[in-house]
Design a protein around this ligand. Structure first.
Ligand code: ADP
Ligand code: MG
Length: 235
């Protein structure tokens, strides 16, 4: 018997006006999978993430989520409020409806997890870019999600901050977290993904486990995806 899916799309499509951002798509995500979404700007990665999250309903077809699945989401740039670091996490716990016997202890645990314990009282907007993204990650984790969606989570960071944030995501992956993440970073895809989906203009051109995807310079893939694998980015 196949394992129940975390999320399943059945013929799900998204349109913006007359433009189709995601063509009818079947996609099944199993627990523990780490799916990388790759493709040029405008290929539909962010729209697909929003569809999986439920922020956007499909215009046709279905998006089915496992019962009681909690989803955390991290965007390229964190949208932070005029609040302290710790206050962001207290708010996130409340918004997630998290039943925590000791909210303060949970906040401390989240701060430790992303290395921001010493910054707890600082205004979030005074943090460095990398610290802000780590706070956004802690916020996404506050409700103990079973699935984390990451939209180019390190794209706006400098190299040092990129490594810090990626190391945290690697730690989550090692702990069995299911992920779907958009990335233009070949190395990051190889390090984090178990499976890669290549999108072009809202259509899936390739969907394969990470090994076969990158095997023989992507020999089995369509031309555009092969150029991605070879680092000859077509965008
Ligand atoms: N809110 C929106 N309104 C209109 N068009 C949109 C909107 N969001 C995305 N699109 C269009 O949908 C397509 C896919 O965009 P997007 O999912 O952002 O791609 P990616 O994340 O791969 O860059 C693009 O043609 C984009 O212009
Ligand atoms: Mg995008």
């Amino acid at each position: 018997m196949t394992e129940p899916a975390l999320i399943e799309l059945r013929g799900a499509s998204v349109r913006f006006g007359t433009r189709t951002a995601v063509h009818p798509l079947d996609l099944r995500l199993a627990p523990g999978e780490r799916l990388a979404l790759v493709g040029a700007n405008g290929s539909g990665k962010s729209t697909l993430l929003r569809l999986l999250h439920g922020l956007r309903r499909p215009d046709a077809g279905l998006c089915l989520q496992a019962p009681a699945l909690r989803i955390g989401m991290l965007f390229q740039r964190p949208a932070l409020l005029r609040l302290s670091v710790a206050a962001h996490l207290r708010l996130a716990l409340r918004l997630a409806g998290a039943v925590e016997p000791e909210p303060a202890a949970r906040v401390a645990e989240l701060l430790d997890q992303v290395g921001l314990r010493a910054e707890a009282a600082r205004p979030a907007r005074a943090l460095s870019g990398g610290q802000q993204q780590r706070l956004a990650l802690a916020r996404a984790l506050a409700g103990r999600p079973g699935l984390l969606l990451l939209d180019e989570p390190t794209a706006s960071l400098d190299p040092g901050a990129k490594r810090e944030v990626e190391a945290l995501i690697e730690g989550l992956a090692a702990g069995g977290m299911s992920l779907v993440f958009a990335s233009h970073n070949l190395g990051q895809v190889k390090r984090l993904a178990t499976r890669v989906l290549y999108l072009e203009q809202g259509r899936v051109l390739a969907d394969a486990p990470v090994g076969p995807f990158f095997a023989d310079g992507g020999a089995a893939l369509p031309e555009a995806a092969r150029r991605f694998v070879r680092g000859e980015l077509p965008w």
